[in-house]
Ligand binder design. Structure first.
Ligand code: NAD
Length: 649
């Protein structure tokens, strides 16, 4: 049996990962003991935590003082002292099986019998590590990404013996530390993210080795046409060519000749000054727009989709988990399963079959699951089903939503890793959600951004170079859907509210922000203008002078100025934010539904009509409401001096 509640955490190893994991756990409210083999090593780790917490405090990112967080961190050099009262032990010692097995063997002796024993290994077998203990059911992988404080993902990896209770407790711990866990249900080498990400760099290297491409052509194509955050060679230079090389070699896999050459020459990438690019004497990463026009991006993408299909087919992870993993752990703008569904799994399969026939290398052999999907006609979004089922519009990847007990539809933009920036899918999901919601079923709608950094920082710039102008012209549909929704809408704004995020807020009926929120339409700095209604909604809201100030200069303004100008209803201190929002929402929830709908409509429609027409609209609305049961209830309640109870009739 594993512990019910985790309170004390021990982290073994105070190196790059260990000190970061200890900091994350302390930030999550846990008492942590950080252990390394020498006093100066553990002191170094502790000092790095102290430095990092100081930086977070400076940026205003802590809810308490850095000192209070640091108070929860203790250090030790003896294993017994570090783990004797730990509920969770996380091992982050060097990547060496013998060493890890020795540590886990010792943990049997020193850690409490019900403690969870986790390892941060990136490439070793969890099963083999767990078998060094006599409680392998309590051993689990918790694969944090570097640096743990910044990277949101944790892969929770099952060994062959791991109990569900152990994995679930590890995932709950990650969540309590404000991280996003995904389950890796089988002990496969490379887990999820590395299995899918390595082919991105590896396939490019195979192509380079065979003179089928150049470094700059590949990187330019994948970034400017594919929308990836870095090119494959650029990414390899940043992560270290030697890292991928050794991991693949140790797993007994073939590696591209160019990796071999680079490693032999000591050209590991940025850290050694040279890799694919010359970071020391040359220009560093220097590919340019337009260099990758002839490159076949599907060749690299097909290999990633194939790896994802193997993981899904072997029940290692779900498409959702893989996609979250690639977004948070790989920094991808969208998940690989979603990408495969867009490209067409039949096209992916065909690409792999052609390469397999041509080159005969195992890496191109299509996954059984990919074949099964294509044979069943599940070739992706256009066919209505692929990795995901699109028959009812498809899953929501970027928008969380729930209707609470008061009938409030709470919409959260779920793309924290990109400051909740809108890509096309996210815009479409908001649009679809409101179109599919029957206004009769909800009292009002609130919108907010996940995390505390942004409501939404705008449109996702990585999507711009790859988008069709025609698609971009349609972006204002969603803002219209929000503006015209038959129930009141409220934007709950904390952090950045820029560009498309600002436009979505402007399309809402009410806007409440924290004092440190910032607003702006920075589009002009990108050589474009707002395309989601900001020029027109803003001018109606605050007039020409202020609209031109914002749109032509592209500057940000603070929440108090925005409130002063009448762009938002209220700017409130962070600690009062939730209460003030709740007061607004209460009024909307308890208000008369039909009258709220009519009020919103006549205000919206009347703005663009002549005063005469607008007044007529108002009197029609008024006339309509006079005959409702709600009005009778409102008047009666007023007379009886009680709160009205509106039925919406
Ligand atoms: P590191 O070399 O920076 O730190 C390891 C630390 O462990 C060293 O300070 C070392 O003195 C200490 N150590 C050695 N034996 C120990 C023992 N018996 N008990 C406690 N501490 C001991 O290594 P790292 O980069 O932090 O990697 C640690 C683990 O995390 C490895 O398994 C690695 O594969 C994994 N990992 C690393 C990264 C990364 O990017 N660095 C990312 C994810 C996972």
């Amino acid at each position: 049996m594993v512990v019910d509640t985790i309170e004390r955490v021990a982290v073994l190893g105070a190196g790059s990962m260990g000190h970061g994991i200890a900091e994350v756990a302390a930030l999550g409210g846990y008492d942590v003991t950080l252990r390394d083999v020498e006093a100066d090593l553990v002191r170094d780790g502790y000092e790095q935590i102290e430095w990092s917490l100081g930086k977070l405090e400076e940026k205003g990112a802590l809810d308490e003082s850095a000192e209070a967080v640091l108070d929860r961190v203790d250090t030790a050099t003896e294993l017994d002292a570090a783990v004797h009262d730990a509920d969770l032990v996380i091992e982050a010692a060097p990547e060496n099986m013998e060493l890890k097995r020795e540590i886990f063997g010792d943990l049997d002796e020193f850690a409490p019998a019900d403690a969870i024993l986790a390892t941060n290994t990136s490439s070793l077998s969890i099963t083999e590590i767990s078998e060094a203990t006599d409680r392998p059911g309590q051993v689990v992988g918790t694969h944090f990404f570097n640096p743990p404080v910044k990277m949101d993902l944790v892969e929770v990896v099952y060994g062959d013996h791991t109990d569900d209770a152990t994995a679930e407790a590890a995932a709950a711990f990650a969540e309590a530390c404000d991280k996003t866990p995904i389950f890796v249900r089988k002990d496969v080498n490379g887990f999820v993210v590395n299995n899918v990400l390595v082919p991105f760099m590896e396939e490019a290297a195979w192509m380079l080795s065979a003179d089928e491409t150049t470094i700059r052509e590949t990187d330019a194509a994948m970034v400017f046409r594919g929308g990836y955050p870095m090119g494959p060679f650029e990414l390899a230079d940043f992560t270290g060519i030697d890292i991928g090389y050794h991991a693949r070699k140790e797993a007994g896999r073939e590696v591209p000749p160019v990796w071999e050459e680079k490693v032999e020459a000591g050209h590991y990438g940025k850290k050694s000054g040279k890799g694919y690019y010359d970071h020391e004497d040359g220009d560093g990463v220097d590919y340019e727009h337009g260099q990758g026009e002839a490159f076949d991006t599907l060749r690299i993408e097909a290999r990633m989709v194939n790896e994802a299909a193997k993981l899904v087919g072997n029940d290692v992870a779900t498409p959702e988990e893989i996609d979250v993993g690639m977004r948070l752990g790989g920094g991808f703008a969208e998940g690989v399963c979603r990408m495969g569904d867009k490209r067409g799994l039949d096209a992916v399969l065909e690409k792999l079959e052609t390469l397999y026939a041509e080159k005969g290398a195992d890496r191109y052999e299509p996954a059984d699951y990919l074949r099964e999907l294509v044979e069943a006609g599940h070739t992706g979004e256009a066919a209505g089903e692929g990795f995901y089922d699109y028959s009812h519009g498809g899953p929501y990847h970027y928008v969380d939503h729930e209707v609470d007990d008061d009938g409030v539809l709470r919409v959260t933009f779920q793309r924290e890793e990109r400051l909740n920036a809108f890509n096309e899918d996210m815009l479409n999901e908001v649009d679809r959600l409101l179109r599919e919601t029957d206004p009769e079923d909800v009292a009002c709608v609130t919108f907010e951004g996940a995390g505390d950094k942004a409501f939404s920082a705008g449109a996702d710039l990585t999507a711009f170079p790859t988008a069709e102008p025609r698609d971009m012209m349609d972006v204002d549909d969603v803002f219209r859907t929000v503006y015209e929704f038959d129930r009141p809408t409220l934007a709950k704004i904390d952090g950045y509210c820029l560009g498309a995020g600002f436009e979505l807020a402007l399309a809402c009926d009410l806007r409440v922000a924290t004092e440190d929120a910032t607003f702006g339409t920075p589009e002009i700095d990108l050589g474009v203008i707002p395309g989601g209604g900001a020029t027109q909604r803003l001018v109606r809201l605050v007039g020409e002078v202020r609209t031109k100030e914002l749109v032509l200069r592209g500057n940000h303004i603070g929440a108090e100025q925005a409130a002063d100008w009448g762009i938002i209803n209220r700017a409130v201190p962070a600690e009062e934010f939730d209460d003030v929002v709740a007061e607004y929402v209460d009024d909307l929830v308890s208000g008369p539904p039909v009258a709220l709908k009519v009020a919103k409509k006549v205000i919206n429609d009347g703005q663009d009509a002549s005063l005469e027409t607008a007044l007529n609209l108002e009197s029609q609305g008024f006339g309509l409401l006079v005959s409702t049961d709600d009005m009778l209830e409102g008047v009666t309640a007023f007379r009886d001096d009680r709160e009205p109870e509106f039925e919406g009739e």
